[in-house]
Ligand binder design. Sequence first.
Ligand SMILES: [Ca+2]
Ligand SMILES: [Ca+2]
Length: 152
Amino acid sequence: MYEGETELYGTHKTPSDITSDDPLVVNWTEWNQHLYLMVYNATDWGNAFSVCQEKLSNAHLVYIESEEENSFVHSMLTESDKDAWIGLSDADEEGTWKWGSVVADFFVWSEWSNEPDGGTRENCAVKLQSDEPWYDIECYHEFYFICERDFL
Ligand SMILES: [Ca+2]
Ligand SMILES: [Ca+2]
């Protein structure tokens, strides 16, 4: 169990459906002052975004802001043998990709597949376990997802 858990969860309201011994709470992985959690429920991007933000408090669907972080997140996918949503979307304005409300300036789009290639049809980004880069895809697909929170 993560030693900072009491602090992390003691000072924030925890939803009634997530208790302190819930695997959702204890399975966070620390990397570079941030905590990451693979959520083993396949859902659409919008719901994944909401779950990270609302059910886990102070968390968000993972934001990937460096090559190193991308490699770390990739290791989570290969370990769990899953593809996963990341917190990147251009649903608000086509071509303007944002992590939450912050316009992104770091990308690892798949070049061989010429991503992002979906225009107004594909507005959410997924990371596959098969390779490190990202793909835009329709938001209604269902994938597992990774939540991230700042290390406290
Ligand atoms: Ca798009
Ligand atoms: Ca695409």
